[in-house]
Design a binder for this molecule. Structure first.
Ligand SMILES: Nc1ncnc2c1ncn2[C@@H]1O[C@H](COP(=O)(O)OP(=O)(O)O)[C@@H](O)[C@H]1O
Ligand SMILES: [Mg+2]
Length: 261
C-alpha cells in the first residue's frame, strides 16, 4: 500500500491562557483524505486545538504545518485562504442574511471583489452571477436549495449546521474542521450527517477532522481518533482501540459505555 501523505501536522503545540494550559505539547499528524476525530470531556482543549489550527489563536509554543507550510502566526483569513475551513461549536451564521447570502459570503474568499464592486455586492455583475450559481450548487449538496431565500436564523438547528458546512465548503478547503456537528441534531439528522460527512469528503476531496460527543458519529465515521483530557493527549488510535483503552474509559467514555457497546 502506498503510504498516505500528512496533510496537517501539529508539532509540540502548547496553548496557555494566563496560568491555564488549555493544550499541552500536542503533536499529531493527519493523513490526507482521512476522516478523523478529536474527543474528550468538556474543557479538555478540543476547541482550543481547532482555534490554533485555524489561526484564531497563535500557539504559545509549537508549530502548525499545513501541506508542509508553516501556518504559525497566520490569522484566520490567511489560514482560510491556505485551504482550511471550519464550523463553530456555537453556530456563527450571519443570522439576518439569507441562506444563499451566507454561502455567497464564503465564496468571496476565492473570488474577492474589487474595491469598486464592494458597495454593490448583488449588482448582477458576471462575477456575482457566478458566485450565486456556485453558492446554489453548494446549497443543493446540503439539501438547502429550496430554502435559499429564507433568513438564516429561521432555519431549524440541524439545517443551520448544514448551512455552516456549506459556507465552509464555499471557501474551497482541502481540510475541513467540524466542531460538534451533531450537537442539537435529532437521531435521524445525526444518521444523515454521518453519510453526509463521508459524501463531502469524497465529493470535494477533503480531509475532515471533527470534534464530537456523539460516540455513534465518532466511532462510525472516524478512522483515527485522538483523545484529550485536561489539554493532554491521553490516547490515539482506531475506534476499536480507543473504545477499549482503560484511560479513555476512565477519563471520558465511562463504564456504561462498555456495557452499551
Ligand atoms: N480565550 C480563552 N481565554 C481563557 N481561557 C480559555 C480560552 N479559550 C479556552 N479557554 C479555556 O481552555 C480550556 C479548554 O477549552 P476548550 O478548548 O473550549 O475545551 P473543549 O472544546 O474541549 O470543551 C477551558 O478551561 C477553557 O475555559
Ligand atoms: Mg469545545
Amino acid at each position: 500500500m502506498v503510504e498516505r501523505e500528512t496533510v496537517l501536522e501539529t508539532r509540540n503545540v502548547t496553548m496557555r491562557f494566563g496560568g491555564l494550559t488549555a493544550l499541552h505539547d500536542f503533536s499529531i499528524r493527519v493523513l490526507r483524505g482521512s476522516i478523523v476525530g478529536l474527543i474528550g470531556p468538556n474543557g479538555a482543549g478540543k476547541t482550543t486545538c481547532f482555534n490554533v489550527m485555524t489561526g484564531f489563536y497563535a500557539p504559545t509554543e509549537g508549530k502548525v504545518l499545513f501541506e508542509g507550510r508553516d501556518l504559525t502566526g497566520k490569522g484566520p483569513h490567511q489560514v482560510c485562504r491556505e485551504g482550511i475551513a471550519r464550523t463553530f461549536q456555537n453556530i456563527r451564521l450571519f443570522s439576518n442574511e439569507t441562506v444563499l447570502q451566507n454561502v455567497m459570503i464564503g465564496c468571496h474568499v476565492r473570488t474577492p471583489l474589487r474595491w469598486w464592486e464592494a458597495p454593490f455586492p448583488c449588482s448582477g455583475t458576471r462575477k456575482e452571477r457566478e458566485i450565486r450559481e456556485k453558492a446554489m450548487t453548494l446549497l443543493e449538496e446540503v439539501e438547502l436549495a429550496r430554502l435559499a431565500d429564507e433568513c438564516a436564523a429561521s432555519l431549524p438547528y440541524g439545517a443551520q449546521r448544514r448551512l455552516e458546512i456549506a459556507r465552509a465548503l464555499a471557501t474551497e478547503p482541502r481540510f475541513l474542521l467540524l466542531d460538534e456537528p451533531a450537537a442539537g441534531m435529532n437521531p435521524q439528522e445525526t444518521q444523515k450527517l454521518m453519510a453526509f460527512i463521508r459524501h463531502i469528503r469524497d465529493r470535494f476531496n477533503l480531509t475532515v477532522m471533527l470534534i464530537e460527543h456523539d460516540m455513534r458519529v465518532v466511532m462510525g465515521v472516524c478512522e483515527h481518533i485522538w483523545v484529550l483530557d485536561y489539554g493532554v493527549l491521553i490516547a490515539e488510535g482506531a475506534p476499536r482501540e480507543i473504545q477499549a483503552d482503560p484511560r479513555v474509559i476512565e477519563a471520558y467514555l465511562g463504564e456504561e459505555y462498555i456495557a452499551d457497546a
